[in-house]
Design a protein. Structure first.
Lengths: 238, 192
């Protein structure tokens, strides 16, 4: 029974379903081996698409939020990378078959929205290195300019800063986040962030966060839900 | 499997109640237990838990205790899934209770991994252990890129006389076995 299409499963893996949808789906796959295997296969191909640089920007960002957060998920990425390297070496020796028509790589199309065209003669893509992430938890209501102000010491090696936003109360639906300097210069906007209860995460390139004070405003349906302020300390050797 | 493993923090009586619920045959009960545990670990990982194995064991343990105390569990999978979701939320709440200064001192930096020779060697070893027909399948499945890869997969499915979706699942199972082998080797290397 293919009751759940691949795009639905991708939305689950990227945390884009509502809580109720996700819970229903989880109860289904916990007791359905075939569905669980299809979901696992979809996850494997989603990871492959990430490694191959085939995820569009917003999905790439969500993937990184979800998959780079835990050691187990990062291991899956490393294993997939090893497999990709081996596959590329193997394929250079393999006979290439050219078939006509559009092949049914459902997942790649669903994830990337790519047109599936023959890329004859294209060199193997370089393996994408997983960036180094520094993760911080922000809590709301910290007063700016006081000793309570949250200060982030971002290590020099960090390439991405993940901000885990802890809300005071559960929020549902999609959220928007706007990160600005204290002076009002907009740094980054994230739209349609899925919330999971009281937690929301965003990724920000570390290079966009020099020392200074920042305001992060989270809103739903154009109504401000929460505001976070934090200071990035002067870089030591960044 | 002779006897399913009793995981840390699991009360023996609760464990027995859980196995009895899963199947009258102890061997099959053990297999069903490990299957459910594995799926719970994945669920928790997909929910962003940083300690999915511990929480999966805790979910099963709580379910076992409920069964042992005479609780009515209509669907064990749904029951455990519900507990797992609660545990993820509990974890998030606990994190909020950690004083801010401790959070800052314990923030996580993912020290990820330039090309990892050990993993690559482990991969080669594990691939060599795969039966030749499966090894051929997995190499062809992951061979090429872009359009080539898609054509390879379509041809493979045609050669094997199976639908593309069935091929995806077959490739995934081989891949999962290789990944499991790699993780075992990596852990063994760390223990030495």
């Amino acid at each position: 029974m293919d009751s759940r299409p691949i795009p639905f499963m991708i939305r689950y893996l990227l945390g884009e379903l509502t809580e109720a949808e996700a819970a229903t789906f989880e109860n289904e796959y916990l007791s359905d081996r075939r569905l669980f295997d299809r979901l696992s296969a979809t996850e494997a191909e989603l990871i492959d698409a990430y490694i191959a640089g085939e995820l569009p920007g917003d999905r790439k960002a969500r993937f990184e939020e979800k998959f780079l957060a835990s050691p187990g998920q990062r291991e899956k990425i490393e294993n997939a990378r090893a497999l990709a390297r081996k596959g590329q070496r193997g394929s250079s020796r393999a006979m290439r078959f050219v078939l006509t028509g559009v092949a049914a790589a459902i997942l790649i199309a669903a994830v990337a929205g790519y047109s599936l065209v023959h890329r004859a003669g294209q060199k193997a893509q370089p393996v994408v290195r997983v960036p180094v992430i520094a993760a911080f938890t922000l809590i709301p209501g910290q007063e700016r300019g006081t000793s309570k102000e949250q200060t982030l010491d971002i290590p020099a090696a960090a390439e991405i800063v993940r901000l885990d936003l802890q809300m005071d109360r559960p929020v549902s639906g999609n959220l928007d986040a706007v990160l600005e300097t204290a002076g009002g210069r907009k740094i980054q906007t994230n739209s349609s962030l899925p919330s999971t209860g009281t937690a929301v995460s965003i990724n920000v390139p570390a290079a966009k966060l020099p020392s200074g004070v920042y305001i992060l405003t989270v809103s739903a349906a154009q109504t401000i839900v929460e505001e976070f302020s934090f200071r990035v300390s002067a870089p030591r050797n960044r | 499997m002779s006897r399913p493993r009793l995981h840390t923090g699991f009360d023996e009586a609760a464990f027995e109640a859980l196995l009895a619920y899963l199947d009258n045959d102890r061997e099959r009960a053990g297999e069903k237990y490990e299957t459910l545990r594995y799926r719970l670990i994945q669920l928790l990982a997909w929910r962003g838990s940083w300690r999915p194995e511990e929480l999966a064991d805790e979910s099963l343990s709580r379910a076992g205790r409920a069964l042992h105390s005479g609780g009515v569990v209509q669907s064990l999978e749904a029951y455990c899934g519900g507990i797992a979701r609660l545990l993820v939320l509990e974890d998030a709440r606990k994190l909020r209770e950690v004083p801010l200064e401790e959070r800052h001192s314990s923030f996580s930096v993912a020290s990820v991994t330039a090309p990892d020779d050990r993993r690559s060697l482990a991969f080669d070893d594990c691939l060599a252990q795969v039966a030749p027909p499966n090894r051929k399948l997995i190499m062809e499945y992951y061979g090429g890129d872009g359009g080539d890869k898609i054509r390879n997969r379509r041809r493979l499915a045609l050669d094997l006389g199976i639908p593309l979706n069935a091929l995806r699942i077959r490739a995934y199972r081989i891949r999962a076995a290789i990944e499991s082998c790699i993780e075992e080797k990596m852990r063994a290397g760390e223990d030495r």
